[in-house]
Write a protein that binds this ligand. Structure first.
Ligand code: ZN
Ligand code: ZN
Length: 318
């Protein structure tokens, strides 16, 4: 006689252990050192090198790398909410990588797992395990490389056959170094050593801190505070502050309800910058289709959910 496997307790998450248990294998040292340096140096550098141009660079890169995460990593690569040509995928992936949240396969695999087990056993970052665990502590425990490989094969097999994403996995650190050097050089050309310091302080350090915490708020704040349009089985919320700051990702309850939709904002006040950008790219693509270059359009086949009709339709079909 065999004994049936005990089903997981849905009220408990995989990480419903003490914080000590979660860190019993130690910490992921490169992540700890990187985050400590980033958060430690940012206030000092920003105090030493303030400038309007530096703040402008901060804002420009906040938009670009933030949209790399929301449009690229999330809506395109994780959920396939729209279709895009390979070169567009690659640009979006590099912009997302520069946000500092890991290479694309790492991000996509964890996020798909989050949707499959939202706030239940197996969710990598549920606030049921603690607000700060969901916000950022979950990235610090030591990663077992073998288990990471299993995770990739289970949750992102479609990306493992793509040489470019595998290359980004290997070269992750160097892209950040290249941006750091480029900002330093550009700043030096514009305004000497002082502006070089300012571009690095605001465009690299402060921008990365800002984008990281805003994106992490989707996992923490938007699973705790806000209103719900849908009674999903998870704790997702629509949070207006996160909605605006995270380019539309804060309408998170809408997203958990219909994950494959390109629009996370569904009601008129739910402003969704990422969806606007996707639409602009699709509209710009239309002339290419009309002159017979349909296969070169950057973005097409948007899956859009209507709150009024409660159904999904496809726009900008090929
Ligand atoms: Zn979520
Ligand atoms: Zn998602």
């Amino acid at each position: 006689m065999t004994t049936a496997a005990k089903p997981p307790d849905p009220s408990q998450t995989e990480n419903s252990k003490t914080l000590g248990d979660r860190f019993k294998s130690g910490v992921e040292r490169p992540v700890v050192i990187f985050m400590a340096a980033l958060h430690g140096l940012t206030p000092l550098l920003c105090w030493l090198f303030p400038s309007a141009l530096g703040v402008g660079m901060l804002f420009a890169l906040y938009l670009l790398t933030g949209l790399g995460i929301t449009v690229g990593y999330h809506r395109r690569l994780t959920h396939q909410a729209f279709q895009a040509q390979g070169w567009v995928d690659h640009i979006l992936a590099v912009l997302g990588l520069l946000a500092g949240e890991g290479p694309p396969i790492f991000w996509v695999a964890h996020h798909r797992k989050h949707h499959k087990h939202s706030d239940l056993s197996g969710d990598p970052h549920s606030p049921k395990d603690g607000f700060f665990w969901a916000h950022w502590l979950w990235i610090f425990p030591k990663q077992d490389k073998r288990r990471l490989g299993v995770l990739y094969r289970r949750w992102a097999p479609d990306m493992l056959g793509n040489e470019f994403y595998l290359f980004l996995e290997r070269s992750y650190f160097y892209w950040h170094l290249a941006l750091l050097v480029a900002l330093f050089a550009l700043g030096y050309l514009v305004g000497g050593w002082y502006m070089a310091g300012s571009f690095v302080a605001y465009g690299f350090f402060l921008r990365m801190v800002v984008v990281l915490h805003i994106t992490w708020m989707v996992n923490s704040v938007a699973h705790v505070w806000g209103y719900r349009n849908y009674e999903t089985t998870d704790t997702s919320r629509n949070n207006p502050v996160v909605g605006i700051l995270a380019h539309g990702e804060g309408w998170h309850n809408n997203h958990h309800h219909i994950q494959q939709a390109a629009n996370h904002g569904q009601r008129w006040w739910e402003f969704d910058l990422s969806f606007l950008v996707i639409n602009v790219l699709a509209v710009l693509s239309l002339p290419l289709k009309w002159v017979g270059w349909g296969d070169r359009r950057p973005v097409y086949q948007l899956k859009v959910y209507s709150y009024a009709e409660q159904k999904i339709t496809t726009r900008f079909r090929s």
